[in-house]
Design a protein around this ligand. Structure first.
Ligand code: NAD
Length: 261
């Protein structure tokens, strides 16, 4: 259903972003990957996606926390799409933990730069082309922390709440067009990075990983299950697909009932 369309996914060399590239590639979209990694590993990822889905794939190493690099990334994606950038998934993100009194100012600035300013600059750059071609899909990967707070992550929580707010504004400004803008709000996703953290926590405390999982989930994710990264990607793919044209401005929780607490 996305054949002939071009998708840019920021932060897509690992985790939810890579699974989203997989899902959109499987629907036939040409892909622009972004994020960090070893050149050989990145080339292998691109080649594999391209071969398995018969789509054109490129990687661009732009640092999404830098506005001018985001603008250049969007321009590179438009060139890859031979003038069209149909789908923009703002996925690159990171978090920092500290109480607000000692939250480093540089960490605050970086949290805002990556988690909210990067999507702003990407949308601002991509929207004129989407309007000209008369079709577009924008999905912002927020978090359950775009809907509810948590202590010690002031930068992340503030930025993800802002991202949910920006999603609504863009949806309203594009409501009379075939361009949509939505957000997804995952809970704790079983990405390599998250599992590594939980394994490290288990090793440090002498527990096994199931105990750590139970502990982490008990105060937060009522289902007790990790969210599967591929399931978040499938939700993003739905929002980018032909059946979601009138889904506008939502922030979809995929959080094992966390936001229902
Ligand atoms: P990850 O850490 O597994 O992967 C991050 C990707 O972003 C990698 O490809 C990395 O190279 C890239 N990246 C990092 N910094 C970048 C930068 N400055 N510029 C460009 N690319 C950069 O990430 P993830 O856990 O899959 O998270 C993806 C998104 O989902 C983030 O916005 C995150 O806040 C959100 N999220 C994740 C979880 C979770 O439990 N993993 C839960 C809720 C929301």
């Amino acid at each position: 259903p996305l054949a002939g369309r071009c998708a840019l996914i920021t932060g897509s060399t690992a985790g939810i972003g890579l699974d989203t590239a997989e899902a959109l590639g499987a629907m036939g979209a040409d892909l622009v990957l972004n994020g960090f990694g070893e050149p050989e590993a990145l080339a292998a990822i691109c080649a594999s996606l391209s071969e398995r889905h018969s789509v054109r794939v490129m990687h661009n190493a732009a640092d999404a926390s830098k506005p001018e690099q985001v603008q250049a990334l969007v321009a590179a994606a438009q060139a890859h799409g031979r003038g069209r950038l149909d789908i923009l998934v703002n996925n690159a993100g990171a978090t920092h933990e500290a109480p607000i009194e000692s939250f480093p100012v540089e960490a605050w600035d970086f949290q805002l730069a990556l988690n909210i300013s990067a999507p702003f600059h990407a949308i601002r750059s991509a929207l004129p082309g989407m309007r000209a071609q008369g079709w577009g899909r924008i999905v912002n990967v927020a978090s359950v922390h775009g809907l509810v707070g948590v202590p010690y992550r002031v930068g992340y929580v503030a930025a993800k709440h802002a991202l949910v707010g920006m999603t609504k504004v863009v949806a309203l400004e594009t409501a009379g067009t075939a361009i949509t803008c939505n957000a997804v709000c995952p809970g704790i996703v079983a990405t390599e990075r998250v599992l590594l953290n939980h394994r490290r926590q288990a090793a440090e405390t002498g527990q096994d990983i199931a105990d750590v999982q139970r502990q982490v989930m008990s105060t937060r994710q009522p289902s007790g299950n990790y969210i599967r990264s591929a399931d978040v990607a499938a939700a993003i793919a739905y929002l980018c697909g032909p059946h979601a044209g009138e889904v506008r401005g939502i922030a979809l929780p995929i959080d094992g009932a966390w936001s229902a607490l």
